[in-house]
Structures are given as structure tokens and as C-alpha cells.
Write a protein that binds this ligand. Structure first.
Ligand code: MSS
Length: 366
């Protein structure tokens, strides 16, 4: 076995036993380590940075961090300190990297081979974007997009468009979006985008811009590479570009977290199958579990508090397992009747894999 990579300094506070360090900027939660409660403990939550994070000194005076708001009737630059006086809300969302589940694509796309752990259910506190926009006189005109710009310093001499983390989402997303300064009841860490981060509920990870410096309502999508050619759903054999759909809203998805994950032995007899399930843009209605690879299904119980349609639900189903090999799978249905897909949709860069079959868990019961 190869030695585990160490946690990078900015994420040294993570629980090393709960995560897989792929690189300094890609840290995955183990399948067994989402925790027993609905909210993923911060020390166990995954991290993904496209660029190295800014210097930790940006957290020295959190309230002094500024964000520029453009495309509203009264454009302004505001400090976090001022934002805190204008509005506040707390909301739980599933934060999931666009590439979560990439490991299961047979063509081995480039990018981190995440299995299930580039995801978590997180509690955010901040100002609703709609409240802020109202305060600034409303959106100016009818721009199609809300565009957030990350605050990483960019190296000199390179075209900033090739590196800047700047993402556009359809303007309607502003209705539920927030600018967050707190995560899981603590000031937002550098790893997760402190002092201030855009949260776009229901949208994949990349759309949740950390260290946000500018929030703009724009006629066009960002010209940045990360918007134009990355995070696009391109069919196999096609060079990803602006004509392919952008990776935006999440789809219904679930996976099993126990028993038998991360090498835990499973004894024959009674077992509790547990896992997490979310609808993406809609609430979870029902989760079904199969212990025979999808031949027969039983409805699982949804456990723990319901933290709203953007949070995940934990589910549990007691089963009797006989000795031998079993494939445990789960399948979620959302409130609109959308059912988690059986097969992944092949795409060049390996995004949004929601396949219940791919996420099945093979356990050897003794
Ligand atoms: N933001 C910024 N500013 N930068 C970067 O890099 N990344 C993305 C988001 N945001 C970034 C940002 C991604 S890509 C993701 S996933 C997320 O973030 C993550 O988060 P966390 O907190 O976990 O780390 Mo994929 O789709």
C-alpha cells in the first residue's frame, strides 16, 4: 500500500482518518465518514479548490472583506460587516462537486476520480441574495445570469480568464441563493471559502463560489474558461464548449454508507442498511433499497430532521443478510416524480454521475 498523503496546511484541521487526500486541493470524505446525523461534520467534509486558496490572512478581519455588487440599480461595494446588518438566514444544502462519482466512468476522464465523497450536507448562515438585491434597488433590467467571482490572487502574466473562478448561473437561482459567512455554526473557514461565499442551493459545487469578491447580474455568461469550456456536459468524442450544457442543477441521487464500507466486516444476520439521498432541485419523496443488485426493492425509512428541499435525507432499512456476496443499492425519487437514473450519462469530463448501479456497494457477508 502507498502511504496516505498528508493534509495540506490550510486543511490540517480536517479529521485525517475520515478523508482521502487525493491532492492538496482535492480531499474526499470516506464513504463511511458522513457521520450519523444529517449535517456532515466540518472536519469530515470534502474540499475542492481549482486554485490554491488565498492567504489565510484574509480571515484576520472578516468583517472588512468587501464584495462588489453589480447589475443592480444601485451598484455598491459592501463589507461583510455591513451585509450582517442587512439580512440573515440559515439554510442547509447538499454541497456536491460536479465530478462526484467520476471514478465510475469507464473511460477514466481526467480530473479527480471521486467516488461518493465529494459531497456533504452543510448548514450555511448569511444574507439572502434577494434581500441584498432589493436593498440595492433591484436587478437592473432583465439580465439572464448571476455571476460570482472568486477572490484568489491570480498569477501575473497569464490571461486571467484562463484561471479565474467565475461562474454564471441562471438569474432565477438568486431567489434561494445566499452570501454565507458561517458554515455549520462556525465562522467560514478558508478551506470552504471564508470570509464570504456564494451558496446556490441545488447547483453543483463549482457554482458555489468561495472568497467571493464580485456578484454581478450579467447579460452573458462569464467569459472565463471555467464557464465556457470546463464544467460542460459534452458527449463522448466532442470537445467541450459553450454549446454543451453547463453543469448547473443537481439530479436525484443517493448512496449507501453502511454496512460494509471502507473494509468494515459484515456478519450474517440482521443489518441496518443506511445511506444519504437528495433530490437536487426538489425534496426527497422516497428511497428504495435493494440487497440483490436492483432485482427487488423495499422502501427505506427517512430518518432525522427534514432540513428542507436542498438538504439530504438519511435513510435506513433493516435487512437480513445471508452469508455470501450481496450488492446493496439505493434509489431515490423526488417530490416531482423524478427517479434516480440507473445508468450514468456518458460525458467527456465525467460530470454528474447519478447512476444508482454505479454507486452500488458489494459486500461480502460471513
Ligand atoms: N470557489 C473558488 N473561489 N475557487 C474554487 O476553486 N471550487 C469550486 C467551488 N467554489 C472553487 C470555488 C468547486 S469545483 C467545488 S466542488 C466547491 O467549491 C468545493 O467546495 P468545498 O467547500 O467542499 O471545498 Mo467541483 O464542482
Amino acid at each position: 500500500a502507498t502511504a496516505a498523503k498528508p493534509l495540506p496546511p490550510y486543511a490540517a484541521w480536517k479529521d485525517a482518518d475520515s478523508v482521502i487526500v487525493h491532492t492538496a486541493n482535492t480531499i474526499e470524505t470516506r464513504r463511511s465518514a458522513f457521520g450519523d446525523g444529517v449535517i456532515t461534520p466540518s472536519r469530515q467534509l470534502y474540499v475542492r479548490n481549482n486554485l490554491p486558496p488565498p492567504n489565510a490572512s484574509i480571515l484576520d478581519d472578516r468583517d472588512a472583506w468587501t464584495v462588489e455588487i453589480l447589475g443592480v440599480k444601485q451598484p455598491r461595494t459592501l463589507t461583510v460587516g455591513v451585509l450582517k446588518t442587512l439580512g440573515v438566514e440559515t439554510l442547509a444544502t447538499v454541497l456536491q462537486c460536479s465530478g462526484n462519482g467520476r471514478k465510475f466512468f469507464p473511460h477514466k476522464p481526467s480530473g479527480t476520480p471521486w467516488e461518493v465523497g465529494a459531497a456533504g450536507c452543510v448548514m450555511w448562515t448569511g444574507i439572502p441574495v434577494r434581500t441584498l438585491v432589493e436593498y440595492l434597488g433591484g436587478v437592473d433590467g432583465t439580465p439572464g445570469y448571476m455571476t460570482g467571482t472568486g477572490g484568489e490572487p491570480l498569477p501575473e502574466g497569464l490571461d486571467p480568464k484562463t484561471l479565474v473562478v467565475e461562474r454564471s448561473v441562471p438569474r432565477e437561482a438568486m431567489q434561494d441563493a445566499i452570501l454565507a459567512w458561517e458554515m455549520n455554526n462556525e465562522p467560514l473557514s478558508l478551506a470552504h471559502g471564508g470570509p464570504l461565499r456564494l451558496i446556490v442551493p441545488g447547483y453543483t459545487g463549482v457554482n458555489n463560489v468561495k472568497y467571493i469578491k464580485r456578484l454581478a447580474f450579467t447579460a452573458e455568461q462569464s467569459p472565463a474558461k471555467i464557464q465556457q469550456t470546463s464544467y460542460r456536459l459534452a458527449p463522448m468524442g466532442v470537445k467541450p464548449g459553450p454549446d454543451n450544457p453547463s453543469v448547473w442543477g443537481m439530479e436525484p441521487k443517493s448512496w449507501i454508507t453502511s454496512p460494509g464500507t471502507d473494509g468494515q466486516a459484515v456478519k450474517a444476520g440482521r443489518a441496518m442498511v443506511r445511506g444519504v439521498a437528495f433530490g437536487g432541485m426538489h425534496a426527497v419523496k422516497q428511497v428504495d433499497v435493494s440487497i440483490d443488485g436492483g432485482k427487488t426493492w423495499k422502501q427505506a425509512a427517512l430518518i432525522g430532521p427534514d432540513l428542507g428541499k436542498y438538504a439530504w435525507r438519511q435513510f435506513a432499512l433493516p435487512v437480513d443478510l445471508s452469508a455470501g456476496q450481496h450488492m446493496l443499492v439505493s434509489r431515490v425519487e423526488d417530490s416531482e416524480g423524478n427517479v434516480q437514473v440507473e445508468a450514468r450519462v456518458e460525458n467527456v469530463d465525467g460530470y454528474v454521475n447519478s447512476s444508482w448501479r454505479d454507486h452500488g456497494l458489494t459486500v461480502n457477508v460471513s
